[in-house]
Design a protein around this ligand. Sequence first.
Ligand code: H2B
Length: 98
Amino acid sequence: MAELLEKNKLVNELNKLSNKWSISDKFLNCKYEFKNFNEALSFINKVGVKCEEMDHHPKWTNVYNRLEIELFTHDKDGLTMKDFDLAIFMDQEFESYE
Ligand code: H2B
């Protein structure tokens, strides 16, 4: 089971992500913007498969071409490497939508 990350480790991991990510309270947040709804939906479907494989599920809100994501490890009530591993995967996937 992934462990809660300490403050200095959080900053270190955040620096590895695109600048679309930020940490607020105990959540890792991101806003992606796509060309249109279809692209956003395609991203959600692709990343959704990975989430299921990882057994780690985001809270996300889609409005047309925008996708707001909140990552958090419920079992630990905070952020763990699972959140950052998923965030890196999302950033890599997003590159093909830019
Ligand atoms: N997703 C997220 N984001 N955090 C969790 O702690 C979590 C999850 N736990 N998906 C998983 C499912 C857990 O409830 C199951 C039983 O493995």
